[in-house]
Design a protein around this ligand. Structure first.
Ligand SMILES: NC(=O)c1ccc[n+]([C@@H]2O[C@H](COP(=O)([O-])OP(=O)(O)OC[C@H]3O[C@@H](n4cnc5c(N)ncnc54)[C@H](OP(=O)(O)O)[C@@H]3O)[C@@H](O)[C@H]2O)c1
Length: 328
């Protein structure tokens, strides 16, 4: 093994131009940490926010990338870390845009033989968030929900997973192609928010199916749209800021209709789970790989990530990118 390895790095927050390749020394491992030789990763909206320095809790300089796949080649000791040695794994931890990634063993999940390393590149950030959504819906003793930005990668997986669970969903998108796309994957109720009258029609369906959970990836006035559609007492869960605006909810919904808004963040949810709970969730995702695997629109190298981020953010639907890190 060489003395150093290559990683994408950002020295200070503020601009995509900061992203560059650097040669790094291998890190020391503590007990229950492992070193993963990375094979694949992907680009998510959270990576864009992180490179720009808009993600909380990240110290700069940093190696971005929140998920990926590879093989555990070294353990810092400890029963769980040692058990992962030489296993093919999927990883959820900061620093996956690199040839090697140091991660706590509790954030590294061995792959079922039916799951490939390519599929495992993106089996965490969105799928685990969907597991969190299902937990929220179940806590409300509900079986239905409304989501916006529903043609996102996460939105499509949520539709397929909720169909498998027998849940009903109302899906909001902004273009007709996205309506057609979601109908083609089995979405029953899809509304194009660019068309007149969509909100009243969505409210009628919401009443029929008793939707009390709303999942908001956009913020701005779209948060209020969700609040208006939900049944009284419903909760809007904001989990993204695709509009770049603050979430807005009108006082009518809050005061007179007993509705609430809450934020959801998969990383803080994961921190509250123990190793066994995290692994069982990953296993459930892997067992349903037909739902959670992504169709990648292209394959790029680490060197090509910098130029790929902005075009992906501007044209995100059906445009997930696979980063091939391992060199043949
Ligand atoms: N809080 C958490 O823990 C957490 C975890 C995972 C993901 N997320 C969030 O989940 C969201 C989806 O992630 P993803 O990876 O699935 O996204 P993605 O595949 O990159 O897709 C983004 C989708 O959002 C649509 N969109 C973008 N800006 C929009 C706007 N202003 N109004 C309406 N639609 C808009 C895009 O449609 P067009 O093609 O029309 O642009 C596209 O369909 C992101 O906001 C991400 O940050 C949050």
């Amino acid at each position: 093994m060489a003395d150093t390895y290559l990683a994408l790095r950002v020295n200070q927050r503020g601009s995509l131009d900061e992203l560059h390749i650097e040669s790094l020394q291998f890190p020391e491992l503590k007990e229950e940490e492992v070193l993963v030789k990375m094979e694949y990763s992907t680009i998510n909206p959270s990576d864009y926010a992180n490179v720009l320095g808009r993600y909380p809790g990240i110290a700069f300089p940093t190696t971005p990338g929140f998920e990926g796949s590879g093989t555990v080649i070294k353990s810092g000791g400890g029963e769980h870390a040692d058990s992962l040695l030489n296993k093919k794994v999927t990883v959820v931890y900061i620093g996956t845009w690199a040839e090697y990634c140091k991660a706590p063993s509790c954030n590294v999940f061995p792959l079922l033989p039916t799951v490939s390393l390519e599929q495992a590149a993106s089996l965490n950030v969105n799928p685990l968030t969907i597991a969190l959504f299902i937990e929220k819906i179940s806590q409300q003793k509900s079986k239905s929900f409304v989501q916006n930005a529903a043609a996102s990668s996460l939105g499509k997986q949520l539709i397929k997973w909720s169909n498998r669970l027998g849940f009903k969903s109302i899906n909001l998108v902004r273009r007709q192609e996205q309506v057609d796309l979601l109908r083609s994957i089995g979405a029953e109720y899809v509304f194009n928010t660019s068309e007149d009258g969509w909100k009243n029609q969505a409210k009628i369906v919401s009443r029929e199916i008793g939707a009390t959970c709303g999942f908001d990836a956009i913020a701005g006035s779209e948060t209020n749209d969700l609040a208006q559609i939900l049944e009284n007492g419903g909760v809007v869960y904001n989990y993204g800021r695709l509009s770049g605006k603050n979430a807005e909810v009108g006082p009518e919904a809050l005061m007179f209709e007993g509705k609430r808004i809450e934020g959801l963040w998969v990383l803080s949810w994961l921190e509250r789970k123990n190793s066994k709970e995290k692994y069982e969730t990953s296993l459930r995702i892997q067992e349903n790989i037909d739902i959670f695997e992504k169709e990648y629109s292209k394959v790029i190298t680490l060197e090509e990530v910098k130029d790929a981020i902005e075009p992906y953010m501007k044209n995100a639907t059906n445009n997930k990118i696979l980063i091939k890190i391992g060199r043949d």
